[in-house]
Design a protein around this ligand. Structure first.
Ligand SMILES: Cc1cc2nc3c(=O)[nH]c(=O)nc-3n(C[C@H](O)[C@H](O)[C@H](O)COP(=O)(O)OP(=O)(O)OC[C@H]3O[C@@H](n4cnc5c(N)ncnc54)[C@H](O)[C@@H]3O)c2cc1C
Length: 459
């Protein structure tokens, strides 16, 4: 039991907000993106600066509290919160400062991806990250970060130049290639295991308007589409980010009513360049394929494609995820995908294969903690539904689909596509030869495993 005066003193020391279960805003502030996860922390420290974060880390450690770190709150298994402990919530730390000459951005850990895209787009620049604007940049970055720009510019961590970090002992350090370079190595893929990042410095790239959007076919053509996509990708210009998906047309606008509820195969495209060049690039991918139900690819500002899915996936729905890294997509694997996808238990449930080739492959396996540089795709299967009563069916479908397709895939998965029930062996397979070094650095920077509400690397 914590004594009330101790709590009061901690609360008074913060510049940010301190929220307990009896506060009116508690329910709102504790809510996570994944409505399937319902965690009730003892207290939430909503920090506004690194000093608040240091005080919170010290308070948590001195009082033996379980501590969770929260950025955007988007994590699948809800690792941005905990039951009965202290949540160090960074979501108020939102500043973005762009340096257009150096093409860098200094980013606060409370930013969503949309916050970053909005700030950098004004300068015709962008940092490669994920595909939904409401995702927190912090959790996404620390476990890797992949999206439309990764083929050309690499993972988000490949564009991380520096991070300010509060360590488990409450001290503050800056990590980059020269300073605390071992910590910098671990931060680039090792998740929230090593400390709390209070500021990120990213390299930016020229990205302004893009030729982007979905092309959608009847799922009965999916075998042909997936084979073509697989064969096209290795020679596709890296300016083109394109993922394949198996899903269902939602029974709502803007989709044509006659297609509502039908199974589809999707190519989601984003060409960083003009409509003319984008069209030329897509031509060999589409040549001779069946006529799609619709092709909504067009010229748009980059933040528009980044937020295209936001409205379809609002906060609070039920999500259950499984992922894998995939090296090759055989015809037999495609057949298994088609059998499983046809059984999707809800309109929102999906399978996506995101390319992680090109520039991602040009970084060595041991240059950052992110080991799986030789995969071709990062696969995600996600059971999704707004109705809590569908939690069972979407979970069972995701697990069954994954069990069926996993034998075709590599052993590990993108940590940001894992739930918290997959075991240490999965994490070891994910980090491969880098696991030993990560565990040694964990022992150095966090010997008591203070930061353990995460995809945990044990010291
Ligand atoms: C709809 C949706 C779409 C997605 N699309 C993509 C995608 O395209 N590409 C992609 O790469 N990923 C994608 N993801 C996965 C996403 O990267 C993870 O869910 C990620 O954990 C979200 O980060 P967050 O800050 O919102 O998470 P939170 O839930 O806030 O935090 C998750 C974990 O990150 C760590 N963490 C957060 N902030 C910090 C910090 N400042 N310092 C240290 N540790 C910290 C902590 O360990 C915490 O437990 C998607 C997720 C969703 C829900």
């Amino acid at each position: 039991m914590l004594e009330a005066p101790k709590i009061a003193a901690f609360k008074a020391s913060l510049r940010g907000q301190f929220i307990e279960p009896h506060d009116a805003s508690y329910e709102d502030v504790r809510a996570l993106y994944n409505g399937m996860i319902d965690k009730r922390p003892l207290m939430i420290a909503r920090c506004t600066n690194a000093s608040d974060v240091m005080k919170s880390v010290n308070f948590g450690r001195e009082n033996n509290l379980l501590v969770a770190i929260r950025g955007g709150g988007h994590n699948g298994p809800g690792l941005g919160s905990c039951d009965g402990g202290l949540v160090i919530d960074l979501s108020l730390m939102k500043g973005v400062r762009v340096d257009p000459e150096l093409r860098t951005a200094r980013v606060g850990p409370g930013c969503t991806q949309g916050d970053v895209d909005d700030a950098t787009h004004a300068f015709g620049l962008a940092v490669p990250a994920g595909i939904i604007s409401t995702t927190g940049i912090a959790g996404l970055t620390l476990s890797g970060g992949h999206g439309y720009l990764s083929r050309k510019y690499g993972l988000t961590i490949d564009n991380l130049l520096e991070a300010d970090v509060v360590l488990a002992d409450g001290s503050f350090v800056t990590a980059n290639k020269e300073k605390n370079s071992d910590l910098f190595w671990a931060l680039r893929g090792g998740g929230g295991n090593f400390g709390i990042v209070t500021s990120f410095l990213f390299q930016l790239h020229p990205v302004s308007t893009v030729f982007a959007g979905p092309i959608v076919w009847d799922q009965r053509h999916a075998r042909t589409i997936m084979q073509r996509y697989r064969d096209f990708l290795p020679s596709a210009p890296e300016e083109l980010g394109v993922f394949v998906g198996l899903k269902t047309i939602l029974s709502s606008a803007p989709f044509p009513e006659e297609l509502w509820g039908k199974r589809m195969c999707l190519l989601m495209c984003c060409y960083n360049g003009s409509e003319e060049k984008g069209g030329e690039t897509l031509a060999p991918l589409l040549d001779g394929l069946p006529t799609p139900w619709f092709n909504w690819v067009g010229q748009m500002p980059y933040p528009s494609v980044q937020s295209m899915f936001d409205g379809l996936y609002p906060k609070g729905m039920q999500w259950y995820w499984r992922g894998d890294f995939v090296k090759t997509l055989s015809d037999s694997a495609i057949d298994v995908h088609l059998e499983q996808a046809a059984e999707a238990p809800s309109e929102l449930s999906l399978m996506h294969l995101y390319p992680i080739d090109g520039a991602v492959h040009r970084v060595g396996k041991d240059e950052t903690a992110w080991n799986c540089r030789d995969a071709t795709w990062s696969m995600v299967i996600a059971g999704i539904d707004p109705n809590p009563q569908k939690a069972g069916p979407i979970t069972r479908w995701t697990k069954g689909y994954w069990d069926a397709v996993h034998p075709f895939n590599l052993g590990g998965a993108y940590p940001n596509f894992m739930m918290d029930d997959e075991g240490d062996e999965r994490l070891k397979a994910t980090y491969g030869d880098n696991y030993k070094r990560l565990a040694a650095l964990k022992a150095q920077y966090d010997p008591t495993n203070f930061f353990r509400v995460n995809q945990n690397i044990k010291p």
